[in-house]
Design a protein around this ligand. Structure first.
Ligand SMILES: Nc1ncnc2c1ncn2[C@@H]1O[C@H](COP(=O)(O)OP(=O)(O)OP(=O)(O)O)[C@@H](O)[C@H]1O
Ligand SMILES: [Mg+2]
Length: 401
């Protein structure tokens, strides 16, 4: 959230179109399109409350059927709807709703698609809903971080994406593999060829009795051909990968003869051995000091830039989450918000990183309001919403004075 507060008036691209959902971090940005400002304005007087009876009804309809809410909710005094000629017949709305339900459309350009993913664990007769309808799209070639409180579901999600666990409901696919429908053979192929995994515990990533190079060769052996030529190629590739990640000098050392950071970088080489589309890492720098953690993260960046590998890192490390293009926050088993960073050049040629925090709107139109916002305005079970031309106002439900 801190990244969002110093962004200043980044209105050129982010203003009108994204004003409504970009609540959390954009309070420093320009004017009234922010929900922060919207809320402030709405609490000023009776005008906000007066309009809200009707608006509230519209929202209630909108929550179930987002597309229809726009048409059904507004009353004659809402400018927006009058200015929206595209929403007309019932047939048209039905068509829109059908298109929205079509899973094939959602995420069709993404490498990773999670669609309303649910994972329920049952332990001693008690159900834990680790993932509660999580939506996530990750594009090919992205380097992104997942953050969230302990128990929010990060490792559960990563294990599903790694093909190690199967969701209870929903849909998930990676590189065209349907993670719910794979048979044992496809699952094995998927884990060998499509994903690489790096664990937090350095000891879990490498076999202790093999050298770094032998560890990198092993997954290639399991997936590959036999013969002397293939063997030489594997050995050469292992050396290249270790060199690329800055640990070529460790190739003939066993893990016990390497530092934690060196082991993690060798582990990235192992994960890359079969040239996977995506590398998943669960707190890979969690056991390291910050300087070593940075070196390890630099290796992920190298893999991403040099090989085009998509990288998804779960992390508590702010140095890592602050250095990626996109950081998605998970709360209570759902994606709640995301910070997107991009480099901009001002009129003096000065480069700076501009970060914006967005609240996630899921496929059912649900939005999580950040806890500090709900607490600041004492928002409990419901709010009043009002659709404006370029934003949505959110008002706490106060008893009539
Ligand atoms: N195998 C399991 N059996 C029962 N409950 C589980 C299992 N794995 C995870 N959980 C529960 O699911 C929830 C999410 O766990 P998860 O490990 O995904 O959290 P996390 O975000 O990775 O947390 P941390 O930051 O502490 O690693 C927790 O409430 C956890 O207790
Ligand atoms: Mg975890």
């Amino acid at each position: 959230m801190s990244g969002g507060r110093d962004m200043g008036g980044d209105a050129r691209e982010d203003g009108a179109g994204e004003g409504a959902p970009s609540a959390p971090g954009s309070s420093g940005a320009s004017g009234g399109a922010d929900s922060g400002a919207g809320v402030g304005a709405g609490t000023e007087g009776a005008a906000g409350a007066g309009g809200n009876g009707a608006a509230g009804a519209g929202v209630a309809a909108g929550a179930g059927v987002p597309a229809a809410g726009v048409a059904a909710g507004p009353t004659a005094d809402t400018v927006t709807v009058e200015a929206r000629p595209e929403v007309r017949s019932l047939a048209e709305l039905e068509q829109r709703a059908a298109a929205g339900r079509n899973g094939a459309v959602y995420g069709q350009d993404s490498l990773i698609t999670c669609d309303r993913l649910v994972r329920i664990f049952t332990a001693d007769g008690v159900e834990v809903q680790a993932l509660q309808g999580l939506d996530l799209l990750v594009g090919k070639g992205e380097l992104m971080a997942l953050v969230g409180a302990s128990g929010s579901g990060k490792s559960t999600l990563l294990n599903i994406l790694a093909g190690l666990d199967v969701p209870t409901a929903g849909a998930a696919s990676v590189g065209g593999y349907d993670l719910l429908a794979m048979d044992a053979a496809a699952r094995l192929r998927y884990r060998r060829e499509v994903v690489g995994f790096v664990w937090q515990q350095t000891a879990r990533n490498l076999l202790p009795y093999l050298t770094a190079a032998q560890n990198v060769v092993l997954p290639m052996q399991l997936a590959g051909r036999s013969g002397l030529r293939a063997k030489r190629q594997r050995s050469a590739r292992a050396g290249e990968l270790l060199d690329m990640l800055g640990v070529g000098y460790c190739r003939d050392r066993r893990p016990g003869q390497m530092s934690g950071g060196e082991q993690q970088r060798a582990a990235i080489a192992v994960a890359l051995a079969n040239n996977p589309s995506v590398i998943l890492a669960d707190e890979p720098t969690g056991e390291l000091d910050s300087a070593t953690g940075e070196q390890v993260f630099a290796s992920f960046r190298t893999a991403n830039e040099e090989l085009g590998t998509t990288v998804v890192v779960v992390t508590h490390d702010h140095a890592v989450s602050g250095a990626v293009q996109r950081t998605v926050a998970i709360r209570d088993g759902r994606t709640a918000s995301e910070v997107v960073r991009r480099t901009e050049v001002d009129e003096h040629g000065q480069e700076s990183v501009v970060a914006r925090e967005y609240a996630t709107v899921d496929r059912a139109g649900r939005l999580q309001i950040p806890r500090d916002y709900t607490e600041a305005l004492d928002i409990r079970s419901r709010v009043l919403l009002e659709l404006e031309p370029d934003h949505i106002g959110v008002w706490p439900d106060r008893p009539e004075e």
